[in-house]
Design a protein around this ligand. Structure first.
Ligand code: ADP
Ligand code: NA
Length: 353
């Protein structure tokens, strides 16, 4: 079978928020103890929409600082930015030729991000999922911790891996580059192909953190309203103010999870509390069921500040020395390149390039 490996990426597009932390970065930290990990600041994904160059570089350092401040150890695991390892672009091209127009046309993120003026969206935004598949499969990663919003892209990654394995099965066998199948049913000499079927790791109470202003929209970096999200750079006052102003309904909190159905805003705030406190929603409602939001919100602000305050402080400390961050990224890129170069050379052989 494939050696277990985790890959995940975060875009340096500014405004890192609570959703990125709970849905992704926090999970990265946990996985460090069980898997070899590759954590990537995906700057080439960022430029699928316009980015100010100086701001992009600042953001790349900010995401790196957030990784480290949250507890990712760049000595033990690989932390780097995507554009420094050219093989990402190279494999993405191969996958542009593997993926079908129809597959890409069904991606809901493209439809959301391109909006009504699709003719004016970059071609990069359309093929973004092929680059994402390349990021993951370049390291033959078996697991990807992501938020719910990335589930469809992970399915596409598996479709690309399966088509590549199938299209080139004879060639992969001839070159002896397939990974041996394991388990009782595996026939003599059977292989699982060159690329693994990567699994998403999506679980816990905050895989989809919603906007504080609209419980039907996900919390997002690109929401024009700063009140819609808690940024990882917000201080205690800002966090408390945003939670106080968060949209809610007039009812008291229910005492059971079933009572959150149809109450998107209440469900979101309880889920955030649970994720930050490391508890289940049911457990949180045992304490707060029957109480008004006027009582729950200050408690939520307190948990949020206790959890995020130290991370914010550590991020500021790390960001004060941009040279040190650049050094972390350079070292990480060198380590990533070792794996990437070997795998890309094999892919080229398989394809006949
Ligand atoms: P964004 O969607 O805010 O631009 P990215 O695309 O860089 O952020 O996503 C980084 C990671 O954060 C991904 O794993 C994504 O699934 C996760 N993520 C983003 N927004 C949310 C959210 N609102 N709730 C949970 N996870 C999220
Ligand atoms: Na996203």
């Amino acid at each position: 079978g494939f050696e277990p490996r985790v890959f995940s990426g975060v875009q340096p597009t500014g405004n890192l928020h609570l959703g990125n932390y709970l849905g992704a970065i926090r999970r990265f930290v946990e996985l460090q103890d069980t898997h070899p990990c590759v954590f990537c600041v995906v700057d080439m994904h960022a430029i699928t929409v316009w980015q100010e160059p100086a701001e992009l570089m600042r953001s790349t350092r900010e995401v790196t600082a957030a990784f480290i401040a949250s507890g990712i150890d760049p000595e033990r695991h690989i932390v780097f930015n995507q554009s420094r390892v050219a093989e990402h672009a190279e494999l993405a091209w191969v996958f542009n030729c593997t993926a079908r127009m129809g597959w890409l046309s069904r991606m809901t993120q493209f439809k959301d991000k391109a909006g009504k003026d699709r003719e004016n969206a970059s071609a990069g935004l359309f093929v973004y999922p092929a680059l994402m598949a390349a990021d993951i499969l370049l390291y033959r990663a078996t697991h990807v911790p992501v938020g719910e919003d990335q589930k469809q892209h992970l399915e596409l990654t598996r479709d690309i891996a399966a088509k590549f394995n199938n299209d080139f099965s004879a060639r992969i066998a001839e070159l002896g580059l397939g990974v041996a199948a394991t388990g009782e049913d595996a026939a003599e000499g059977a292989t699982q192909g060159y690329f693994p079927m990567t699994e998403p790791l999506i679980d816990g109470p905050a895989t989809r953190v919603m906007s504080l202003k609209d419980g039907t929209k996900k919390m997002s970096k690109s929401d024009p309203s700063d009140l819609s999200r808690i940024n990882l750079t917000d201080d205690a006052d800002a966090i408390a103010r945003k939670i106080r102003k968060a949209k809610t309904d007039p009812d008291a909190l229910p005492s059971e999870v079933a009572g959150l159905a149809g109450r998107a805003e209440a469900d979101n705030l309880v889920g955030i509390f649970a994720a930050l406190a490391g508890r289940t929603k049911a457990d949180v409602l045992k304490d707060f069921g029957g109480q008004q939001f006027s009582a729950f919100k200050p408690a939520l602000a307190e948990v949020a500040v206790a959890k995020l305050g130290p991370i914010t402080a550590e991020m500021r400390r790390i960001l004060a020395d941009p040279g040190a961050i650049d050094q972390v990224l350079s070292k990480g890129a060198a380590r990533a390149r070792e794996i990437a170069a070997k795998n890309m050379a094999e892919v080229k052989k398989i394809v006949g390039l």
